[in-house]
Ligand binder design. Structure first.
Ligand SMILES: NC(=O)c1ccc[n+]([C@@H]2O[C@H](COP(=O)([O-])OP(=O)(O)OC[C@H]3O[C@@H](n4cnc5c(N)ncnc54)[C@H](O)[C@@H]3O)[C@@H](O)[C@H]2O)c1
Length: 278
């Protein structure tokens, strides 16, 4: 397939682009930032004209896209003013999803976030392991992610063939980020993430599987590693962090508290890169 990847030069974008190319796909990268080269076109996705034109065709790059992976965003609060985070991400995601609809692209996978499901969990989650059934936004970045999911859920009603998959990634760990796991024995390490993490290559695996298996309609999946980032057993973490919150299953010793059961069952997602196996 020829696949457009927005945000191709970011942390997840680089892993996704590498993975999809390894799988034999023709990847056309769109990013506002990056060095000139084959397979990359500079696009500012805040501009609908640029976005639509780039999706329809780019001379010397492509004459039509089969599928789209949308990862471009301001990826956290704090980098720019809070309102700017919201305005930027909402405009970009509208432009990309609506532009793709106009361009007739019917297979889309995009990045949502644990920020749409309660991060940083100052209020306890309603149950553990927490799954996609719960939506809660506590900052403007998360608010954007929650609203983008609402938008995607409506857009698929406009085109019966359209498949949109939202992947609620937890904190994505690249090769350079593993140093923080020296804190794995500390009770407050990753509490705001329910203890979770995901290797960038497993984030890319979830994207690849979603492109392959996405059916018409809109689906949301939480994406994490199958274990926590801590050396304290998961049942102890749940009891210490969120006393009284129901734990709905018998937990494996270090089993993730951010459920990946839906992704495992429907996409065949099995994370391959666990920090404790390095
Ligand atoms: N990294 C994480 O832990 C994490 C967790 C959950 C969700 N996410 C989401 O995953 C996606 C990718 O995140 P990331 O960590 O790779 O972020 P990143 O900042 O490393 O990459 C984002 C890329 O998007 C590009 N971009 C931003 N605005 C753009 C615009 N207007 N036009 C074109 N390109 C633009 C940037 O130049 C950058 O290369 C984002 O939607 C983010 O919200 C990330």
């Amino acid at each position: 397939m020829r696949i457009a990847v927005t945000g191709c030069n970011g942390k997840i974008g680089r892993a996704v682009t590498a993975r999809l190319r390894e799988d034999g796909h023709d990847v056309v990268g769109f990013d506002v930032d990056g060095a000139r080269g084959a397979g990359f076109t500079r696009v500012d996705l805040r501009d609908y004209g640029q976005t639509l034109d780039a999706l329809l065709g780019v001379t010397f790059r492509h004459d039509g896209i089969d599928a789209l992976v949308h990862l471009a965003a301001i990826p956290v609060n704090g980098l720019v003013p809070d309102a700017t985070t919201f305005h930027h991400n909402m405009a970009v995601t509208f432009n990309v999803l609506h532009g793709a609809h106009r361009a007739g692209i019917t297979r889309i996978v995009y990045a949502s976030s644990i920020n749409a499901m309660g991060f940083p969990f100052e209020e306890p989650p309603p149950y553990l392991p927490l799954d996609e059934g719960y939506t809660a936004a506590n900052n403007t970045y998360g608010l954007g992610k929650a609203m983008e999911e609402t938008m995607a859920g409506q857009l698929v009603r406009w085109e019966p063939e359209l498949s949109i998959t939202a992947l609620r990634f937890t904190n994505v760990v690249g090769e350079d980020d593993y140093g923080s796991f020296t804190r794995a024995g500390e009770l407050d390490y990753r509490r705001d993430l329910l203890g979770s993490y995901v290797d960038a290559r497993d984030a890319a695996l979830a994207v690849a599987l979603s492109l392959e298996k996405g059916a018409p309609g809109f689906e949301v999946y939480a994406v994490a590693a199958s274990d926590t980032g801590l050396t304290i057993p998961s049942a102890e973490l749940a009891a210490a962090w969120f006393p009284g919150v129901p734990v709905r299953k018998e937990l494996g010793e270090f089993e993730t508290l951010l459920s990946i059961d839906k992704a495992a069952e429907r996409l065949g997602y099995v994370p391959q890169h666990l920090w404790r196996e390095r």
